[in-house]
Design a protein around this ligand. Sequence first.
Ligand SMILES: C[S@@+](CC[C@H](N)C(=O)[O-])C[C@H]1O[C@@H](n2cnc3c(N)ncnc32)[C@H](O)[C@@H]1O
Length: 288
Amino acid sequence: MNYDHRFHAGNFADVHKHIVLIALLERLSEKPTPWFYLDTHAGTGLYELDRLPADPPPEFRRGFEILWQANPSDPLLARYRALVASDNPSGSLIRYPGSPLLARRLARSGDRLAFVEAVPQRQIELKRHLGKRPGVHCRDGYEALLALTPPAEGRGLVFLDPPYESATEAERLEEALPRACARFPQGVFLVWYPWVDADWTSGLKRRLARIPGISFLDWLTPRGSGLWGSGLALVNAPYGIPARLARLEPELTALFQNPLGATQWISTWGSGEARAAPGPALRGRRPG
Ligand SMILES: C[S@@+](CC[C@H](N)C(=O)[O-])C[C@H]1O[C@@H](n2cnc3c(N)ncnc32)[C@H](O)[C@@H]1O
């Protein structure tokens, strides 16, 4: 497996997925009953930003570092910043926590977490970063998705964050996700997908749109080469979450604005309809 999340940690796609992840876990914690969290593509849990090569500029500089420097006003963004700050006690941004560490921080004592990472060396690193907390599995994330659901808790969040480096990744996702949703109909499912090739992504969204209760939230920058947009599919979005996330749009758009073009936070909540491609305002070169 060539994909190495170290180089992408804290980029704008991580910002997108981690904001939504935090919103969902906080919502689950509003009820006292325990929840279950399954992270099917967990990564190593913590990334050393100060060990990245300076050239080309690391991706977090156009991602989380913008929020870090801005001291955002929205409470959800402020909470996200504070969670990352707990890994950076010196006050300089040198570490970025991945989804497992963020979820662990948000878990209460009765909540249960399971992390799946297929690469043995990364799974060892993840265990080291999580300390004694059990629940780390070295196996295939899609197998684990079906093996570990439905959870005994009857409520929870499943996060799928595949690297999309294999030609069969989308196929595997499209096969496993509807089955898991049927096995765990009360579950909330969050799936990340890339915008690199608009036709490919639109096709994936069209096919995922057949899943009952699915909606999409895309965060797009001007089109260009490489990753120019970040997408999230959400199955069974809890009541009020779409409106809560929509309220972030003005602040995020203002913060991530750049001289070459605006960003856009596009929600297609509730319709189940896949949105094809960004509008004309977004056509252009990707900054940097
Ligand atoms: C995008 S990274 C995960 C980042 C993490 N979710 C976060 O937000 O911090 C994807 C991870 O999935 C792992 N991976 C790739 N294929 C996998 C599979 N079939 N099952 C489980 N893990 C896999 C990769 O080794 C990589 O660490």
